[in-house]
Design a protein around this ligand. Structure first.
Ligand SMILES: [Zn+2]
Length: 458
């Protein structure tokens, strides 16, 4: 591969590449809300058209939910599968956006130009870095690089209900030598990062039932069991004073970070003060005795994501509600087993219920274990060198606080390792109002994939 010519082509083609990304960003492919189903299909169609024009054999694969996109280019070298997702998170609260979420634009900021819009970073901007690298390669060499399968999902932001059956049904087709996933961020701006471990995820929701019906707080206030009071006590019991999860058995399968890796993490350019300040904090509030990075990458959590009940309208209402509700997610690490963690959390809740209270669980919520990659594979070193060349800074093997279950399923269902390389930054506001992707991330992301493919796709 004539890598210099490809890089030059990428630089020259950047404005057109941004235009193509903008087109995709204008499609409101929110997967969780059925109101946007047609737009999810439209995004999938757009990608098929794009891939076909690049010379892939691309097609829509229907599922009971949103369609998958699968594309193939046969060529020499190891069979690489590239994964991304075309669906995006909902945009609420809309009033906090500085522009319409699906009317993307380039905005100048103190840190350089950014592409503002829902999905710009997660994951449309990221997945387009790979396609644009393929395009530049083809423009220069007349053919696509290597031996590639492209696999795009449209349900990543809504729990991937169709993913496991799809992987099982298309196991032969999708089992490649290595997966490349572009859906992660750099440890700090300008520091190229390859994820070596990702936390898993477990979701729970429960209702604490108290009185048979809502009660008058004059007639029953005092004698009544108040579910809001009881659920507050229950939630307070989930953690001890050191920020450690106080659920018995919760830490089974959690391993301490090896000293050598810990040392690498200490020198990976992570700006703790800025990370905390971005969220409006001055200190880390996680488990005592662990660094902020360890709390984010290598320690499990039990978080309350929602808590509600009783009267929430205007004015007051003298009610003792019949029930109270809570949504929980746990981030899992190491060898934690989601089923065991679920059982432990439920045992904890049942054991802390007062007399006359009972609890019901939403049984439809999913979970996935952590994904720990085989970073000893030679492709990791090759990619590390390619990324170091592009960013002029040694690339690091990092952990990831987020959950990308696909990496785990590639391993468990397809027997395939995954290399997660992404160019997002922590201030991209993914899932939040005003999501953005730095133009630099997009541009150097395209160049990075060209360099990575140059080293491993042959
Ligand atoms: Zn994503």
């Amino acid at each position: 591969m004539t890598i210099d010519a490809v890089l030059t082509r990428i630089d020259a083609e950047l404005p057109q590449a941004i235009d193509r990304l903008m087109e995709l960003l204008r499609i409101p492919s929110i997967s969780t809300d059925p109101a946007w189903k047609g737009d999810c299909a439209r995004a999938a169609d757009w990608l098929v058209k794009e891939l076909t024009s690049l010379g892939f054999k691309a097609e829509i694969r229907p599922t009971p939910g949103h369609p998958m996109v699968v594309a193939r280019h046969e060529g020499p070298g190891p069979h690489l599968l590239f994964y991304g997702h075309y669906d995006v998170q909902p945009v609420d609260p809309l009033n906090l956006w500085t522009r319409e979420p699906f009317d993307p634009a380039i905005e100048e900021t103190a840190n350089g130009p950014v592409i503002r819009g829902r999905g710009s970073s997660d994951d449309k901007g990221q997945l387009m870095t790979f396609l644009e690298a393929c395009r530049a390669y083809k423009d220069v060499n007349g053919t696509l690089p290597g031996n590639l399968t492209i696999f795009f999902e449209g349900e990543e932001e809504s729990g991937s209900p169709s993913l496991i059956p799809f992987l099982q049904a298309n196991k032969d087709e999708l089992s490649c030598d290595l997966a490349l996933i572009c859906d992660t961020s750099m440890v700090s701006p300008g520091v190229p990062s390859i994820a070596g471990q990702l936390r898993g995820m477990l979701k729970e929701e429960f209702t604490l039932h108290g009185p048979r019906i809502d009660l008058h707080s004059g007639h029953y206030g005092g004698p009544a069991l108040n579910p809001l009071r009881e659920i507050s006590k229950l939630i307070a019991s989930f953690h001890d004073e050191d920020g450690r999860v106080a659920v018995e058995g919760f830490y089974e399968g959690v391993h301490e970070v090896p000293e050598e890796l810990k040392r690498q993490w200490e020198n990976c350019g992570f700006d703790e003060a800025e990370y905390l300040a971005h969220a409006g904090m001055t200190v880390a509030h996680g488990e005592k005795g662990y660094s902020t990075l360890e709390q984010q990458w290598a320690r499990p959590t039990l978080e309350i994501n929602g808590l509600w009940g009783g009267y929430q309208g205007a004015g007051s209402k003298t009610v003792i509600p019949a029930e109270a509700h809570c949504k929980i997610t746990c981030r899992l690490v190491g060898d934690m087993d989601p089923a065991k963690v679920r059982a432990a959390v439920r045992r904890h809740v049942e054991a802390h219920l007062p007399v006359d209270a009972r609890v019901t669980w939403d049984s439809d919520l999913d979970g996935a274990p952590a994904a720990v990659m085989n970073t000893a594979r030679p492709e990791f070193e090759a990619a590390r060198q390619a990324l170091s060349d592009e960013w002029n800074r040694e690339a690091v093997i990092v952990g990831m606080g987020g959950s990308i279950p696909i990496a785990y399923y590639f391993k468990s269902i397809l027997g395939m390792d995954a290399m997660l390389i992404g160019y997002a930054n922590d201030d991209d506001a993914i899932h939040s109002p005003n999501e953005k992707y730095d133009v630099k991330s997009f541009h150097k992301g395209i160049r990075s994939w060209a360099r990575v493919l140059d080293r491993i796709a042959k």
